[in-house]
Design a protein around this ligand. Sequence first.
Ligand code: PLP
Length: 350
Amino acid sequence: IEDRHAGAGQRDLLALPGTGMSILEISHRSKVFEGIIQAAEANLRKLLSIPEDYHVLFLQGGALLQFDMVPMNLLRGSGKPAEYVVTGSWAKKAMDEAATQGQVHAAWDGAGCNYNRVPLPDELRLDPNAAYVYICSNETIQGIQYPAIPVLADLPLVCDSSSDLLCRPVDIRRFAVLFACAQKNAGPAGVTIVIIRKDIAARSPKDLPSMLNYRVMAEGKSLFNTPPTFAVYMVKLVTDWLINKVGGLEAMHQQNMAKARLLYDVIDKCGGFYAGHADRDSRSIMNVTFRLPNDALENQFLKEAKQRGLHELKGHRSVGGCRASIYNAMPLEGVQLLRDFMLEFYEKAK
Ligand SMILES: *Cc1c(COP(=O)(O)O)cnc(C)c1O
């Protein structure tokens, strides 16, 4: 994250202005930290227009703990099934976790198309009595994303938005629960943002352990135990940057689309040399996934990219290929460098 905000993170690691103490030293019960967590929440509420009847929680355990908390709070003991839309690795993992808590059903599974697209609403088979429908808005590993949040019957919608929260505006009212680990778009690892409708949190079963209970977390205003204070503080700085510097999520969305377009244009123009994994209508603007004609070229590509300072382009080990993750913090100039390198490599190798 740019200049003044990165500067603030660095400076405050030594001493927060006016306190003489590091953000890592102050008590989570102090007035100063109270101000920080309230500002982080206020920023998120402003950016996403989060209505008053939703809680904004800062929890720990990453997105993966949400794979468990969602079914523990919303499924267990309900006597209903939960519907999972299996679009890729993360939704699949979430469904497998939910199966430890109750009955789950795959409303759709993209295995047959190698998880290269999201389903059309009329392809889903949904039990109208389900406890909830679960989607992953951006499958980070496959690089596929819903172009817009789908309308899926009249069931509570749960969404893992770990890798695309804050990349574009979303209508929070569409969701019962929306969660995202911070470490893609919102800050460093250690905190998970959970946006949950208040009436749903209020219904959490009484016999759940406190740390796994949305109602307890909400009543404690995310301070039931010590929250990850530094990570929350960084979420405040990142959201300050989005509001003051970027100019909000509509502006962020425009920037993200422009960045993604640069790379997809190369994929489309190089006559299949770079084979994009995602179907055109399901292309992610956060993770651009593609393959080269063979392993030797792919290794050569990754090696030369690294020599240019273009790092972390190897695809996830479960799917191989290449993946360019171009989250909010990646500037346009970084993507332009990759675009130029891809064109050059193609000219040389074709
Ligand atoms: C990164 C990611 C996760 C995993 O998050 P953890 O914080 O490691 O638990 C889950 N879902 C999606 C979509 C992700 O991108």
